[in-house]
Design a protein around this ligand. Structure first.
Ligand code: ATP
Ligand code: MG
Length: 153
């Protein structure tokens, strides 16, 4: 059905705010326009939640997470950008695989099953969307998600 994406993102960030505060991470939502789209709200809420959770989890003390929403006549775009530990170049192609976790002492000491991004990617593809990741080790990571405004199951 037709979902208000601005409200959906506000709710996702509201739920994660206390986790971010515990790690002293600034969580910011920037929306460039009102967006409504025909989506599965439950599946995409989980998909975006996983990305923001990762952005908080694999961050540094006093870091930040910026979530932005934009749209054109065909798609809406959600960008999740963080100031975290980054993902090594040779790991980027594996992060959507089930149970894959970057083999670093730092990410091993942070709990996780390695399923989050697999679930996120499935939800995005189910909407005929696209997901991309850009990262620099030690600087941060950017995930971009593109979803058609009028997805029909
Ligand atoms: P789960 O989400 O199931 O609790 P997880 O976070 O380990 O566990 P994914 O969300 O699928 O699993 O992420 C896979 C791996 O990709 C992570 O273990 C981590 O190594 C890396 N990763 C994901 N997002 C980020 C990010 N924003 N910054 C740095 N590394 C990341
Ligand atoms: Mg995760």
């Amino acid at each position: 059905s037709s979902i208000n994406i601005n409200e959906m993102l506000e709710l996702i960030l509201k739920r994660l705010r206390s986790i971010a505060e515990k790690q002293n991470i600034e969580l910011v939502l920037e929306t460039f326009r009102p967006v409504t789209a025909e989506i599965d709200e439950v599946k995409l809420t989980l998909a975006i939640t996983n990305l923001v959770e990762n952005a908080i989890k694999y961050n540094r003390e006093n870091g930040w997470v910026h979530v932005t929403l934009n749209a054109d006549y065909q798609y809406f775009y959600v960008k999740v950008e963080d100031s975290g530990i980054g993902i090594p170049e040779d790991s980027l192609e594996h992060i959507y695989e089930r149970f894959y976790r970057v083999d670093k002492s730092h990410s091993r000491e942070i709990g996780g099953t390695g399923l989050g991004l697999a679930i996120t990617r499935n939800a995005v593809l189910m909407h005929r969307g696209a997901i991309k990741a850009y990262s620099t080790e030690g600087e941060g990571t950017i995930f971009t998600v593109r979803i058609p405004l009028n997805y029909i199951a």
